[in-house]
Each structure stands twice: as C-alpha cells, then as structure tokens.
Design a protein around this ligand. Structure first.
Ligand code: ADP
Length: 271
C-alpha cells in the first residue's frame, strides 16, 4: 500500500493520512462489491487498518458479503456516541453501509431518492462515520456515472479509483465511461480490474463465459499520453468467490488457495 498523496482536509472523519480508494464499475453485477470486500479483508490481513464504506444505495451488498446480516436479514445498527457513528467491525474491517441507516423493511425507499437527497446523505455519511485512524478507506460505489459518483468525486477529489469490468466488450465500454467521470472530477484512475475472466478447468480446457480482453480494452481507453492506466489484475470466474460471498466470509479468508483469492491477494499487494 503506497502512502497517501498530499491531501486537503478530509471531508470524512478518518485521518487526513487515510488513503481513499473508490471502486467503481460501469454497470451492476460485474462483481464490484465482491472484489471490494475481498480487497478490504486482504489489506486488513496484511496488517493495514482498513475501513469499508458501502455507498451503493440502490444495491447495498457489503453487509451480507462481510457476514453482517443475520438469519432474519437484519443488519447491526451502528453505535452512536454524540454525533459520531461507530462502524461495526467485520473480519477486522470497519464496515459501514448506507443500508444500515434505512428503516427495517424500508430498504426500497432508497431507490426513489433523487440527486439532492443522495448528495446530502453521502456527505453526511462520510462526515459522521467515525473511522478513526485508518490507513485505507475503500468505497463501494454504485455502478455507473450517476449522482453519487459525481458527489463522491467532488467530496473526495484525492481519491484513487479502481474500475471493475468483465471481459465482455459491451461491459468494457460502460466501465471506461465511469473511469472518465471519475477523472473529470479530478480523481486519479489507479487501474482496471477485470473480473469473471476465463476459468481453467481440471481437464485442461478453459471456460470463458464472458470472453476475454475487456480489462485491457478499458485500461487502453482510459490511458492518455500523460497517464498510463494499467490492468492491475484479472480475477477468474470462481464458484468459491461466489459461495464465500454468500456465506459472509470473503474468499481470500475462507478459500485462500482458490485462483480468484490468489489473484485478489496479489492485487491487494499491488495497490
Ligand atoms: P456488483 O457489485 O458489481 O453488482 P456483485 O459483487 O454483487 O456485483 O457480484 C454479482 C454476482 O456475481 C454475485 O452473485 C457474486 O457472488 C458473483 N461473482 C462476482 N465475482 C465472481 C467471480 N469471479 N466468479 C463467480 N461469481 C462471481
């Protein structure tokens, strides 16, 4: 993990030395939340102090991926001390989700939120949640180039951005757009992560559900003469990654020798 770049005062309650990495994607379902949860846990298990904030208001899945949802579907209520909100800790990661603030059974409310309310909510969320002294804060962004992406870009212009895509050309096109929006707000595109890449099978053949090449296509589309954007990792399709996510223990912990876990651990060492 590299040191934080020079920052203005942080609009969130973590230390101003905290490095912020926003994980974004062009569309939903490409594995952005799964990768973010695994990265958070991989960084924590390497001794970094890690925060994880789920800003995906329309499809928050971080609490489930981190094992914070009980059998009845309930999530922990974050503890409040005065004006501060203390995030629950899961797998050694301070984890907070916008979903934890919605009334029980009222999750659907958030779907109808419009721009200004989203802006205020995200602003308050980042300001009031007390991450204390952490080295890195990972943000699970909503997919696409909507209001929250722009709000976070304005609030955290020093954040680094990881763009997640599948190898499919159509997914790659929209993913590149989300990287361009991040850059327009002044954020730096750290690199591209390709997920659901071809999976080698025991019989020596390769299962390539989504084809190949999308990750490199996004990296190339986002590169400029001044700034080369690298393809940082290619994470294969992995039943373990899906299963462990559903069970609430990220695969880097539950199945560390799985090919996807190894690729994610290597990615955590690279960023
Ligand atoms: P997003 O946050 O982009 O909407 P999710 O992380 O919710 O995507 O992942 C969507 C679905 O794909 C989940 O069921 C997840 O378990 C599964 N998934 C993610 N990555 C992989 C992978 N590499 N192999 C197999 N399944 C995956």
């Amino acid at each position: 993990l590299r040191g934080a770049r020079g920052r203005r005062s942080a609009p969130y309650s973590g230390s101003s030395r905290t490095r912020v990495i926003a994980v974004t994607s062009g569309k939903g379902g490409v594995g952005k939340s799964t990768l973010t949860a695994n990265l958070a846990v991989a960084l924590a298990s390497r001794g970094h102090r890690v925060g994880l904030a789920d800003l995906d208001v329309h499809g928050f899945s971080i609490p489930g991926l981190m094992g914070l949802v009980d059998a009845t579907g309930a999530m922990p209520r974050p503890t409040r001390i005065d004006d501060m909100i203390l995030p629950p800790v899961a797998h050694e990661v301070k984890t907070i989700s916008i979903g934890m603030f919605l009334r029980e059974g009222a999750e659907r409310q958030a779907v109808a939120w419009r721009g200004p309310l989203l802006h205020r909510t995200v602003q308050q969320f980042l300001a009031d949640v007390h991450f204390d002294d952490i080295d890195v804060l990972l943000l699970d962004m909503p997919p696409g180039t909507g209001d929250i992406a722009i709000t976070v870009g304005q609030l955290l212009p020093d954040a680094d951005v990881l763009v997640v895509t599948t190898p499919q050309p159509a997914a790659a096109e929209v993913a590149a757009r989300s990287g361009l929006v991040a850059r327009q707000t002044g954020q730096r595109v750290l690199g591209v992560v390709e997920n659901m890449a071809p999976m080698p099978l025991p019989d020596g053949t390769v299962f390539d559900l989504f084809g190949a090449g999308g990750g490199q296509a996004v990296a190339t589309a986002l590169s400029t003469p001044d700034e080369q954007v690298p393809l940082l990792a290619s994470i294969p399709l992995s039943p373990a990654l899906r299963r462990d996510g559903d069970a609430g223990t990220p695969a880097v912990l539950a199945d560390p020798h799985d090919a996807a876990s190894l690729a994610l651990t290597a990615l955590a060492e690279r960023i």
